[in-house]
Design a protein around this ligand. Sequence first.
Ligand code: SF4
Ligand code: SF4
Length: 481
Amino acid sequence: MGRPEAWRRLGGTVKRDLGRPPARASWTAPRAPSVERLTPPPTIPPVTDLAVPPRFLEDVYQAASECNKCSLCQAVCPTYVTNPVEWETARGRVSLIRDAIEGRIELRDIADGPLSTCLTCDNCVAACAPRVPTSLIVSRARMELHEQEGHPWGQSFAFRSILPRPGALRFLHGLSRAAQVTGLHALARFTGLSRWLGTGGALMEHVGPLPRQTAYRRARDLPAVTAPVRGRVGFLVCCYQNLAVPQATEATMRVLLANGYEVIVPQLACSGLPAKSLGDREAMTDMAAANVDVLRDVDVDMLVGDVASCTSHYRQYDTILAGDAQHAADGARIARRTLLATELLADAGQRAELGPLRWRVAIDEPCSLPIDGPARSAARRLLEAVPRLTLVPLEEAAMCCGGPGMYFHEQPERSEAILQRKFEHVVASGAAVLVTENVSCLLQLRNGAARYAPGVRVMHVFEVLNESLQTAQRRAAIIPE
Ligand code: SF4
Ligand code: SF4
């Protein structure tokens, strides 16, 4: 079935008034795009129950065939709830991919829409009895499509020449800082030039002014570990958070040190997660192999990260590198020894004294946390220990905020509709602080707060814990025992 035919029978229109975003005091967040254009139109062709030999994607074909069409995934899918048409559900996407595998349509026919709008957030899996791994199936379909058609050159260049090179990332940071200091950044925003710079300009708008020092630089000025030492951890610095929100990484390291964990900071490249999200398997594998070469000889008890998506990606190095004889064993060892810093500390228990914070806090759960694992409750368990802090419930806390990767740029209207819905719940919760543990979520929620809830502060969970530690230290200095 050709593309026009395949897309004609479904559709739906979302026309929501997003309102005028309020201005932000310090820097103005990027303007909210209109959601008027949210209406691509695909259709689900009839699916036969007859399995045929798969043309490709043999590894996920069986999983894609296990969908029983129950539709329980509809209500929890962020794209469906903001644009209620069948192809926006896991059921619709998986069905279309299966049709492509079996030869009734081509992957190209569903590239713009079912494949491109999925957030790969896996929120649908939580509602799915057979646990159909939709994000894995969509990611593999994107990879297959790119293998059939090749990669956009800009993306390919970034994945091969910038993200794997810490030096190139440092150079970019210096360049961006120079643009800020000289006023070029502000000029580009004022004149609209940043909009003409494509992905780079969109990223510049989304991230806002970069802090002066990266997380790697800040790691040089940390205090000594508090005795007695409980363990030695290797810190998996996320390259994105290193540049955009380094204060969060610094806070995590400070809290770990105060709780008796010696912190070693190996110089890493990008984990490879962006390449996975955009379907570049070769770049993803190369970045994983480069990091394994660095981490192989790092002498630590465990590896920890404070960015949920990036850390989860390191935990998949066993499967990512399974076909690479040179790196497979070390990749599997790294996957086994990696965990999220919140999980480590919540399980081991906090030892450092915490001071009171009279804050009303809501927790937004990054979708990259394992659906029903203990990591889901780790941030809550840590924050419950902060004196005077009130945790308030947040409706749809596990639903994606619309911010993963470059989704805010690739799907601006949809991302904005999802973000607006998120902030309707944040405002209703009465929270003054919104906490998460993922760099994409931090940036997306920060922009959302600027537009829809200017009084709400968005923080990483370890920034809150560090603030509490410092409160305790200040009180101890004023009132010695
Ligand atoms: S992965 Fe997320 S966006 Fe994609 S179908 Fe599932 S719930 Fe929807
Ligand atoms: S919940 Fe799972 S089985 Fe049910 S329709 Fe959605 S993907 Fe298929």
